[in-house]
Every structure is written in C-alpha cells, then in structure tokens.
Design a protein. Sequence first.
Length: 235
Amino acid sequence: MPITVFSNFTEKDKDNAVERLISGSTPSQDFFLMVVLSILTATFGLLLNSSAVIIGSMLIAPILNPILSLSLGVIMSDYKVISRSFWTLTKSVLLSITAANIAALLFSTQFTSITPEIASRAQPSLTYVVIAIIAGLAASFALVKPQLSETLPGIAISVALIPPLATTGIGIAKLDWNLVSGSFLLFLVNAIGIVFASMITFSLMDFHAKRSAADKTISKEDRKILKDLKKAQKQ
C-alpha cells in the first residue's frame, strides 16, 4: 500500500508541484516582504504572549517553500535548485532574526519579561524532531496532490518555523544567549526534520527526472524578477 500511495501521481501532477514549489521559493521582493511581515507578527505575538497572533504569523510565512525546494534539489541532484533554495532560506533567516531583533529593541521598555510563549520556543526536544518529520512528509505529499493543497497552511502551523527565529531575535535584543541558542537550535531541528522527510517523500514519488521542469521554472521566475527590477528602475 505505501508504494501505491506514493506512486499514484501523474507526470503532470509532478510538473505542477515542481513549478509551484520553485515559484513559491523565488527570492523576490514580495517573498522577503512576506517573511518580514510574518516575523514581525510573530515577534509581537511572542512579546504579548498571544498564541492567536503567533498562529497568524505562521499562516502568512512563506519560509516552508525554500526548505522543501532544497529537498527537491537534492533529490534531483540539481545544483541550481539547491543553491537558489539555500540562498533564499539563508537570507530569510537573516532577515527574520534582524527584524525581530529591531522590533524587540524598539519596544524593550514595554515588554521586559520572558513570556511563556517565548520560553517554550527555546526548548528543543526529540518530540519536535518527530513533529518536523511528520510535517515534512505531509507537506511534500500535499504539495503534489492538488486536492490536499489547502492543508499546507495547517502543516506550516504544526511545524512552527517562524516563532523560533523571532525568539532568536528577541534573545539577542535581551542579550539572553541561552534563549538565542535554544530557539535557533529548535529552528534547525525543525528545518532538518522537514528536509529529511521531504527528501524521502520526493524520492518515493520519483522526482529524480524532473530536473528540466525545475530549471525551466527557474528561468521563467528569473525573467520575472529582472522585469520587475527594470520596471522599478524606470519609476
């Protein structure tokens, strides 16, 4: 049965999944704007100890896409996809920590204590590894099944990539290095768990032969970015 589940996809489904994933992880201004907005929302949610606000931040965060596309690149042995995804993810992490740090510094007089929501994001454990692996399997599977795509926001909430990064920025602002190390380790645990699980899923789905589809989508997205840059320069 497991083999049937992972092989019951058309080539068109796979092509569409590759295109959707590459497009969703394009290092565009819009992508990084959403990263900053989501991290600021998470930062204030953590400072206010509001789980509802934190959940909202995870719903608008696009950071899951470059993690999944990194896995896809490894499976396809496509250096272009790997380097592009790694660059997008690295820049997203640096932007996130910087934005959270600035926000925490600006409002340091209003929020002086470490809330329970902040503290909980600095305690990595084996349970988080299991959750990340399950979420990675679910995310990569749902990506290829169009009828399951609406479940992706829920999967993003379950694995919680943005709150640990926001906590890292808050920890730097408070010079709390235990908070910084614990929260960043939690992010790494979650990211590595997703990469590992999605690599297994993409491999079972036989995405090895989809390199040409990925490269074609990258070329198309790069042309879009170049076009937007030229348009911005004219303005």
